[in-house]
Design a protein around this ligand. Structure first.
Ligand SMILES: Nc1ncnc2c1ncn2[C@@H]1O[C@H](COP(=O)(O)OP(=O)(O)OP(=O)(O)O)[C@@H](O)[C@H]1O
Length: 713
C-alpha cells in the first residue's frame, strides 16, 4: 500500500493537483466505528477500544498532502474502470491488485478511503453526465410519485435497464423544476439595530417592503439645512429584522437543495460590511441544507449511492487555509484541462447532521481563533464551506453530482482599505476589492451565458471556478445594517447587489445598467476642505459675474475636461489597445464596450448638467438680481461647483493611488484580461462616482426656484 502510495507520489508529480483528502463517516455504523474510520483506524473497529477520537484527530491523518505514512493514491482504486469513460486513469492498477474486500460492491468504498487517502476522484469537477444518470434509472416502484426515482443496480445486482416512460417523464419534470429555479437570486437582509447603535441614538434609516428597500439618507443642503434623500432598490426578496434564520433559509437555499442532486452547482454568498450580519446569516444555512440533503438521500434517493462530503476553507490575504485541518495552508493548482484543484484540502464524508454540525463548528472556531485578531480577521477573510454530493454506483468510486458552496465574504468595506498607510492592510484591501469585483464579474458573465468567465480575477473566483461552469445557480444575500451611521456602506452594499441583479438580466436594457452605474453617484462625495489642497485654484476663463458681486468664477470647461480625461484615462486606453492583442475572446471586447458605453453615457449626462448650470448662471446674470437673492444663488452655485471640483480632484487622487497600487502589484505589466476589466470597472466607478447628481439636482432646484422668481427687478 505504501509502495503504491510512493509510486503514486512519484507519478503524481503531474497529478499532484488532484490531491484531496477526506475521511469517511459511515452511513450505517455506530458512532464509534464511524469515528475510528474517520480517523483511519478502521482496523481497531473490532477491538476493545472504546474511546472516540475527538475531531482534533482528523488532522493527524489528513495532513499529509505530500505523502506521509498511510497515504495512498486514490487512483489505485480506480481499478475496474478499464472500459468506463469516467474512470480512465493511466495509473490505474489492475483490479487484481486490490484486496478482494474492496471489490465486492460500492458499500465497500468507504472502507477504502482512510482520511490519509488522496481522493483523485473528488477532483472530477466535471459532473456525472446526464446520460450516466439516465442509464441507471431502473423500473422500480417509486417511493414518492412526486420525486424522481433513480437507482443503481447495486441493490439488485441486475444490469441497468432503460427507464420506463414515467421515469423519463419524472426526470423531465425534474429538469423543468430545476430550470424554474432562478439562475441568480439577490436577497437583502436587514438586521436589527444593535445595542451600541441604540446607545448612540442612531436611527433606523431602512424601510423594507416585500421586495424593495428604501434608504433614507440624511444630507446637508448648501445652507446647512438637513434634508432626506431616498434611495429605493428592488430585489428578488427583502427580509426585514424580524425574519428568522429559518425563513432566510426557506427564501434562499431551500429551493436549490433538490437541484444539487441534478448535476447542478450552486453558490450562496453573503455580502456586506463588517457587522452587518453575514456570519449570523450564513452560519445556520449549511447545516439546514445538509439536513435536507440527508433527508433526500435517505428517502427520495434511498440506496442510490449518493454520498455527502463536507470541506471548509478560508481565503485570507490571497492564501488558502483548511479550516478543518488546523488552518493547514493549501495550494491551488490548475491541470491541463484547466480544472482547478485545491491540493491537500480535507473533504469529509458525512452521513449525519451531528457530525456536520461538529465539523462546521470546528471550522468556524478555527476561523475566528486562528489568527490573533479574531473577528477583526474574520472580516478580512472569505470562508467557503462546500457540500458536495457524489454518487457511487456499481461499486465504482463516487463521482460528483452536484455541489453547494456557502461563502461568508470578507467585509465589503475592507476593499476600501487600499488607502490605509499600512502596506499589509492595503494589500489585503486590494485583494478583497479584487475578489469582490471578480465575483460580480463572474456572476454577470455567468448569467449572460458568456463563454468567457473571468474567474481568474481572484483566488476566490478561481477556487469557485467549477461552480461557475455548467449548470449553476447563485444566491446572493446582501446584509445591511439599519443604522444611520452605516448609511454609506449600506448604500454601497445595495449598489453592488443592484449591479449583480440588473447586470444579471441577460438582455437588460442599457437604461437599467446605466441607472445602476449612476447609483454610484454619491459615494465619492467629500467635504471640499478634506480634498482640496491649499494651493488648489480655479482659472478664470471669462468674468461672468458683475463686478460688485464678490465671487470667484470657475473655468467650467477645465472641470469638464477633467471628467473626460482623468489621470489614468489615457493609460487605460493604451492598456486596452495593447491588451486587445492578447485578449482571448470577443466577449471581453463586448464587455469592455459595455463599460465604455456606460462611461460615455455618464459623461454625456454630466455635460448636460453642466450646460444646465451654465444656462442658469447666464440667466441669473441676465436677471441682474440684486442683494441677498443673487448672493444666495451664487453661494449655492459656488458650493455645487466646489463639490464638483472636489469630486474631480478626488477622482484624480484615487486614480493616481490606484495606478500606484497596480504598479505595486505588477498589474499594469500583465496582459490578463481580468486585470484589465478590474481596472476598467474601477475607473468606471470612479468616473460615475464624481457626483453628477448633485449638479443635476441642484440645477433642477434652481430651475424650479427661478420659475417662481421674477426675472426683472
Ligand atoms: N438578523 C440579526 N438578528 C439579530 N442579530 C443579528 C442579526 N444579524 C447580525 N446580528 C448580530 O450582529 C452582530 C454582527 O453580526 P456578524 O458577526 O454576523 O457580522 P458580519 O457581517 O459577519 O461581520 P464580519 O464581517 O466582521 O465577520 C453579531 O453579534 C450578530 O449576532
Amino acid at each position: 500500500m505504501n509502495g503504491m502510495g510512493r509510486q503514486g507520489l512519484r507519478s503524481g508529480a503531474t497529478a499532484v493537483h488532484h490531491q484531496r483528502q477526506y475521511s469517511d463517516n459511515f452511513l450505517d455504523t455506530s458512532s464509534n466505528c464511524r469515528w475510528l474510520q474517520s480517523a483511519g483506524l478502521q482496523h481497531l473497529q473490532n477491538s476493545s477500544a472504546s474511546s472516540i477520537p475527538s475531531l482534533q484527530d482528523y488532522k493527524f491523518h489528513g495532513g499529509g498532502g505530500g505523502g506521509g505514512q498511510g497515504i495512498m493514491y486514490r487512483n489505485a482504486q480506480r481499478s475496474f474502470n478499464g472500459t468506463n469513460e469516467f474512470y480512465a486513469e493511466p495509473t490505474t492498477p489492475p483490479i487484481s491488485s486490490r484486496p478482494s474486500t474492496q471489490r465486492k460492491n460500492g458499500e465497500d468504498f468507504p472502507n477504502d478511503f482512510s482520511p490519509g487517502l488522496l481522493d483523485l476522484q473528488s477532483f472530477d469537477t466535471e459532473l456525472l453526465p446526464e446520460v450516466g444518470l439516465l442509464s441507471f434509472l431502473v423500473s422500480k416502484p417509486k417511493l414518492d410519485d412526486s420525486e424522481p426515482y433513480i437507482s443503481t443496480n447495486n441493490q439488485t445486482g441486475r444490469a441497468p435497464v432503460l427507464p420506463d416512460n414515467n421515469l423519463l417523464k419524472s426526470f423531465a419534470a425534474d429538469k423543468e423544476k430545476n430550470s424554474s429555479v432562478a439562475k441568480i437570486k439577490v436577497v437583502v437582509r436587514k438586521r436589527p439595530l444593535n445595542k451600541k447603535e441604540l446607545a448612540k441614538n442612531e436611527e433606523d434609516i431602512i424601510e423594507t417592503h416585500s421586495n424593495s428597500v428604501t434608504v433614507h439618507e440624511t444630507k446637508l443642503k448648501v445652507d446647512l439645512t438637513e434634508y432626506v434623500e431616498k434611495h429605493e432598490f428592488v430585489f428578488d426578496a427583502v427580509l426585514n429584522e424580524e425574519v428568522s434564520n429559518d425563513e432566510v433559509y426557506r427564501e434562499t437555499v431551500e429551493p436549490i437543495v433538490p437541484i444539487i442532486f441534478e448535476r447542478t452547482k450552486a453558490t450562496c454568498f453573503a455580502y456586506g460590511q463588517t457587522g452587518s450580519g453575514k456570519t449570523y446569516t450564513m452560519k445556520p444555512l449549511p447545516l439546514k441544507a445538509s439536513r435536507d440533503i440527508l433527508r433526500l438521500m435517505h428517502h427520495t434517493y434511498r440506496n442510490q449511492g449518493f454520498q455527502l462530503f463536507v470541506s471548509f476553507f478560508e481565503i485570507y490575504g490571497g492564501k488558502l487555509f483548511d479550516l478543518l485541518s488546523d488552518r493547514k495552508k493549501l495550494c491551488m493548482r490548475e491541470d491541463g484541462k484547466q480544472q482547478v484543484c485545491i491540493v491537500g484540502l480535507h473533504e469529509y464524508k458525512v452521513s449525519d447532521v451531528e457530525t456536520i454540525k461538529d465539523l462546521i463548528e470546528k471550522g468556524n472556531a478555527t476561523r475566528s481563533t486562528g489568527t490573533t485578531g479574531a473577528n477583526e480577521e474574520s472580516s478580512r477573510s472569505h470562508a467557503i464551506l462546500q457540500l458536495a454530493i457524489k454518487r457511487s454506483f456499481d461499486g465504482k468510486p463516487p463521482r460528483p453530482v452536484g455541489k453547494l458552496s456557502f461563502i461568508d465574504l470578507a467585509g465589503s468595506e475592507r476593499g476600501a482599505d487600499t488607502t490605509d498607510n499600512d502596506k499589509q492592510t492595503r494589500m489585503e484591501g486590494a485583494e478583497i476589492n479584487k475578489s469582490l469585483l471578480a465575483l460580480k464579474e463572474c456572476i454577470r458573465a455567468l448569467d449572460n451565458d458568456k463563454s468567457h468567465i473571468p474567474f481568474r480575477g481572484s483566488k476566490l473566483t478561481e477556487v469557485l471556478r467549477d461552480s461557475f461552469v455548467g449548470n449553476s445557480r447563485t444566491v446572493m444575500i446582501s446584509c445591511i445594517s439599519p443604522s444611520s451611521g452605516s448609511c454609506e456602506h449600506t448604500l454601497n452594499t445595495l449598489r453592488y447587489a443592484d449591479r449583480v441583479k440588473s447586470l444579471s438580466k441577460g438582455n437588460a436594457p442599457k437604461k437599467d445598467i446605466l441607472s445602476s452605474a449612476l447609483n454610484l453617484k454619491e459615494s465619492t462625495t467629500m467635504a471640499l476642505s478634506s480634498v482640496l489642497p491649499a494651493t488648489y485654484s480655479y482659472e478664470q476663463e471669462k468674468p461672468i459675474w458683475k463686478e460688485n458681486v464678490k465671487v470667484e468664477s470657475y473655468n467650467l470647461s477645465i472641470s469638464e475636461d477633467k471628467i473626460r480625461k482623468p489621470n489614468g484615462w489615457t493609460n487605460w486606453k493604451d492598456l486596452l489597445k495593447s491588451d486587445d492583442k492578447n485578449s482571448h475572446s470577443d466577449d471581453l471586447n463586448a464587455l469592455l464596450q459595455e463599460e465604455q458605453d456606460l462611461v460615455n453615457a455618464h459623461r454625456k449626462q454630466v455635460e448636460e448638467t453642466m450646460n444646465i448650470v451654465r444656462e442658469e448662471m447666464d440667466l441669473l446674470v441676465e436677471a441682474d438680481q440684486p442683494g441677498n437673492q443673487l448672493d444666495n444663488y451664487i453661494t449655492r452655485l459656488n458650493a455645487i461647483l466646489s463639490q464638483k471640483a472636489a469630486g474631480i480632484l478626488q477622482l484624480q487622487n484615487r486614480l493616481a493611488h490606484f495606478q500606484k497600487l497596480l504598479k505595486e502589484h505588477n498589474i499594469l505589466a500583465s496582459s490578463s484580461s481580468f486585470q484589465l476589466l478590474y481596472k476598467v470597472e474601477l475607473i468606471m466607478e470612479l468616473v460615475t462616482g464624481c457626483d453628477a447628481s448633485v449638479l443635476l439636482d441642484a440645477a433642477k432646484g434652481l430651475k424650479t426656484e427661478k420659475d417662481s422668481t421674477p426675472t426683472k427687478v
